[in-house]
Design a protein around this ligand. Sequence first.
Ligand SMILES: Cc1ncc(COP(=O)(O)O)c(C=O)c1O
Length: 340
Amino acid sequence: VIYKSAQELVLDDVFVELQGFIPQARVYLKLEHFNATGSIKLKTALHIVGHLERLGRLAPEVSELVESSSGNLGVALAMVCRQKGYRFTCVVDPNISESNAALIELFGGNVVRVSERDENGGYLGTRIRQVRAILESRPQAVWANQYESPGNVEAHFSRTAASVFGTLKDLDFLFVGAGTCGTLMGCARYIRHHQLRTRLVAADPVGSVSFGYPPSARHVPGLGMSQRPPLLEEALVDHLIRVPEAEGVQWCRRLVAEHGLFLGGSSGIVLAAMQRFAPRIPSGASCAAIMPDGGLPYLETIYNDAWLAEKRLADDEMPALRGAAAVRMRRRALAGSEHA
Ligand SMILES: Cc1ncc(COP(=O)(O)O)c(C=O)c1O
């Protein structure tokens, strides 16, 4: 397959069957890390920028796109802006993977870091306050605003969901993680628009306030919000499964050990939600789940034993991964050489 440009490298038809994950059902994972920027967010970036372009709000060389991101959208917007000639500034928090922060800069984006927690113990409120301050101080700045942009939902209605239902006919359950809820609502609207019988199951980490539960500190980027997501229409979601982050991390590591799949933290949370929901899945059912990114950006965090211990996300059930201990040793060695 020859693609015309990197932006067209949206590999939307990649699924893998996960044998034995739910013994009585077939389980298909939609893998999103083969997209050019390593995550599902390339589609979100393209549609958000497309939406602003249609409104005439972006001018090459002049406009500066600004966004608050947990990482993946920042990388995708940085790449798209570079290609289209827009300047880009990304407001990030301490949960961003350092490789994603570096990638934003490699693509020419400007990274602004916030470190103060908001009133709900997360960083979203602080990030958005920082975005607003930038918008006020620079007249050429335009907010991408993934939290409200119709482009966010449209991306997943027209691409992600279309690919899921085009590939997997007669799906009984679709599991989707909830961040901004662009993916979730894109799928929900597709199901409703096409009057499908598929039940939509949302996965949300414990500590997220998205569905009205109390806030607490979270460490895995991508899923959960510390403010209610404006895009979320709860009535379009059939089931909600809340998952402690530690359980999601454990499933990421089990996937490496047992299935040879190396995925990101939010994927583990969605897989943990599937396991929690499994007793309600009838025999012979067919299930799909969206896996937003791969494991590489998380080598230093969820695949690192020392980080898990520090964040109290480790538990006794966690499969030991030799490489995860090695990451710890490499870090110690590096720290040692810095002090030398
Ligand atoms: C790794 C990862 N997973 C899940 C999500 C959530 O997707 P959405 O914002 O469409 O709800 C994001 C969004 O940033 C993400 O980066």
